[in-house]
Ligand binder design. Structure first.
Ligand SMILES: *Cc1c(COP(=O)(O)O)cnc(C)c1O
Length: 367
């Protein structure tokens, strides 16, 4: 069986270094808020190209804290509107509703699968405070037009960079293109921990400080609480693992790009379409999505041929039970993507034979 993602193999590749890093923390006797976090935060800031990184418990929290901090600072208030793509993982939307902010769902572009920047301006109202872009699948959702709209209407540009660690847009990394970005280090992400982990990157000193307090019980000093915070810290073992894996991220992303190139140039089947990658972005292929109108049949065929695929995602946020009040909204592009999307096996540890087998099997598929 060709796995969608063989996590055991991903970890094995750097097993020795990872074991050394974990042992270092075990032996140190210091497990939270220590040197490992400090080092990882410094290295990650340098990698992404921002002044600050704040390690937090997971990617969802990173996104929640950005908006919560904007509310605490007085930049936003509950009831304000945030423009967000309608096709995203639920965490993006949860980060807004958790803060009492109103998600304004904007349709994606079917060519790129990212938010359609032509539809943003007409969604802006007096209550809009932010554009929340999601760099989905390892791509870049930022465009110059989005940057201009943020300046024109004085909106905070927030990035969900959970899926695009290492992606570059015109020489700058995603996660440094807006006012603040949330990152997830969920094990299956391009930069994955051995458990949960997340971070916020920003150049905004006040925002960074506020998030650091919020994620540590709202505490500004030991036993002094300025905010009603939570415990949402990145632990030292995960920080040490992340520092180790960060050193290999570009190499791993390059392998993903090679596999993607083979998929793109060698899969010839008129029933299968690929989203386009724009010349100004360097896609890091967290996920390799294809679009196929007979998606469910194709998935069964691949499974019969021992190829595991996933769907990102089967049900869009507006059709979820948790957002019942949106269930009758009609978002045709989003719904079409959710009906046609299929994610092929993709990881830096796939072998040449596995890649070729996936390509051949897809090329043989007929209706
Ligand atoms: C993974 C993911 C998140 C959430 O990250 P967790 O660390 O799992 O909480 C948020 N947004 C997107 C787009 C994701 O893919």
């Amino acid at each position: 069986m060709i796995k969608f993602l063989d996590l055991q193999k991903v970890t094995q590749k750097y097993s020795k270094e990872i074991h050394e890093a974990v042992s270092r923390v075990i032996d140190s006797g210091w497990y939270l808020q220590g040197k490992e976090n400090e080092t990882f935060e410094k290295e990650y800031s340098q990698y992404i190209g921002t002044q600050y990184t704040i390690g937090v418990a997971n990617g969802l929290d990173a996104l929640i804290w950005i908006y919560r901090a904007y509310i605490e600072i007085g930049v936003m208030k509950p009831g304000d509107e945030v423009i967000v793509p309608a096709n995203t993982y639920i965490a993006t939307i949860l980060a807004l509703t958790e803060n009492g902010l109103v998600p304004v769902l904007v349709e994606p572009n079917y060519q790129t699968l990212e938010i359609d920047d032509n539809l943003i301006e007409k969604a802006i109202t007096k209550r809009t405070k932010s554009i929340f872009i999601v760099h989905l699948y390892g791509r870049c959702a930022y465009t110059e037009k989005i940057g201009e709209l943020c300046r024109k209407y004085n909106l905070k540009l927030v990035e969900d960079n959970a899926q695009s660690h290492g992606c570059v847009y015109r020489g700058r990394r995603t996660g440094s293109l807006g006012d603040a970005a949330g990152h997830s280090f969920y094990p299956g992400k391009n930069l994955g921990a051995l458990g949960d982990g997340g971070a916020v990157t920003t150049n905004d000193k006040i925002l960074a400080e506020t998030i650091r307090y919020l994620a540590n019980y709202g505490s500004t000093r030991k036993y002094v609480f300025k905010y009603i915070g939570r415990n949402s810290r990145l632990d030292e073992i995960q920080a040490a693992v992340l520092s180790t894996k960060l050193r290999h991220l570009d190499e791993d992303n390059n392998r993903r790009k090679e596999i993607a190139k083979q998929y793109i140039f060698q899969i010839h089947n008129e029933l299968i379409k690929f989203p386009i990658t724009l010349p100004e972005e360097q896609n890091v292929f967290h996920i390799f999505p294809i679009l196929c109108e007979q998606r469910d049949e194709l998935q069964v065929y691949l499974k019969e041929n021992n190829i595991q695929t996933l769907i990102h995602y089967p049900i869009p946020p507006h059709q979820q039970e948790c957002y019942k009040e949106w269930n009758n909204w009609h978002l045709p592009v989003t719904e079409k993507i959710h009906k046609c999307e299929l994610s092929l096996p993709m990881s830096p540890v796939m072998t040449e034979e596995e890649v070729q087998y996936v390509i051949e099997t897809l090329n043989k598929w007929k209706k």
